[in-house]
Design a protein around this ligand. Structure first.
Ligand SMILES: Nc1ncnc2c1ncn2[C@@H]1O[C@H](COP(=O)(O)OP(=O)(O)OP(=O)(O)O)[C@@H](O)[C@H]1O
Length: 335
């Protein structure tokens, strides 16, 4: 196995000044500040083989950005090491940046007032790409990301979806071995998300680019990631395949029925007809939590409608934030 990223015992501690309430205490802390340490990343260990799409998942504040900043050389770890393509991001900075591409979904690395084409010409010089390599590369990126229709437009006039395609192309211009994608589909509509995902998949397959992807979108994870690594409060809580994760969060699906009469609620016996589900009855409401790989939603709905007068039905999809929360509350066992 060709290891592209190796992370060992990675830690990051931030120092924070604690502000004391009150004028006197505030004045005192000006001269004698009270410093607290905060562990944003705690003893992370993982290896990513060449060509893998690695889903790096966690709730807000879990420590994803801090980890990515250490992997891309922006932050220095408090302790532990990371090696990307055998290089230390903090030590071999100049050589290292040629190996990586970075896209932050919330920010752009493009120049706002330049036409997109000119941005690429500037990047060509920065990365010292030869003319022939540049033309070959642009042809490939044009084909995969469909840039032609807007490549002459200033970046500020691009739609969010066009801007994201343009940013991904910019990060790949120098043909990096590793691509860091931080929320690449955030804020995009369904059709555009789909195009971006197809492009990411194609680039990964054709060029064997190793991709570290952070996202809160469950579809990104399902459609793109070979493997999921989940963290919470800076620590690993899950490392496994998408299907392993699905087995876990499958139980997270929830259907809620509201009946018209209490008697109907009491009469409903789901356990006689279905196995592996949790039924919570509360007044006129019946909430069923189940594993969608074992129980079909239409069967549950049919069963209920044939036995009771249903006033309302709500189906709740599992979302990643909820899975992570349940993981942490130990409602789901670790794999
Ligand atoms: N420079 C800093 N100084 C102090 N604390 C910081 C600093 N950077 C991050 N933190 C804290 O570290 C924790 C992890 O933050 P981080 O940005 O890595 O989370 P995240 O998983 O990327 O979250 P999100 O999904 O919201 O982007 C948070 O509690 C944050 O407040």
């Amino acid at each position: 196995m060709d290891k592209m990223i190796v992370v060992e015992h990675l830690d990051k501690t931030f120092k924070k000044t604690v502000k004391q309430p009150g004028l006197k205490a505030g004045f005192k802390s000006l001269f004698k500040p009270q410093i607290e340490t905060f562990e944003a990343v705690k003893d992370l260990n993982f290896e990513i083989p060449k060509g893998e799409i690695f889903g790096f998942i966690g709730a807000n504040g879990a420590g994803k950005s801090t980890t990515i900043k250490m992997l891309t050389g922006i932050l220095t770890p408090t302790s532990g090491t990371c090696l990307i393509n055998g290089k230390n991001p903090q030590k071999n900075r100049t050589a290292y940046v040629k190996d990586i591409g970075v896209v932050f979904g919330q920010r752009t690395q493009l120049w706002w007032d330049l036409a997109l084409q000119e941005t690429y010409s500037v990047l060509k010089e920065i990365y010292d790409i030869s003319d022939s390599e540049f033309h070959k590369r642009m042809a490939f990126l044009n084909e995969v990301l469909d840039l032609n229709t807007f490549i002459k437009d200033p970046v500020r006039t691009l739609s969010l979806g066009q801007r994201m395609r343009a940013d991904i192309a910019a990060s790949l211009l120098h043909n990096p071995k590793v691509l860091f994608l931080d929320e690449p589909t955030i804020g995009l509509d369904v059709a555009v998300k789909d195009n971006i995902r197809k492009a990411i998949k194609q680039i990964n397959q054709e060029e064997q680019t190793t991709i570290l992807l952070t996202t809160h979108d469950l579809n990104d994870i399902e459609l793109l990631c070979d493997r999921i690594f989940m963290i919470d409060r800076g620590q690993e809580i899950f490392d496994g395949s998408v299907s392993q994760l699905k087995q876990r969060f499958g139980k997270m699906h929830e259907v809620r029925f509201e009946m018209t009469q209490q008697l109907e609620v009491e009469r409903l016996d789901y356990h006689q007809h279905f196995s592996d589900l949790k039924v919570i009855k509360d007044g006129l409401q019946v909430t069923i939590q189940f594993d969608a790989t074992k129980v079909a939603i239409p069967d549950l709905v049919k069963f209920t409608l044939s036995r009771a007068n249903v006033k309302d039905i709500a189906v709740k999809d599992a979302d990643i934030e909820e899975i992570i929360r349940r993981f942490f509350r130990k409602e789901i066992e670790n794999v």
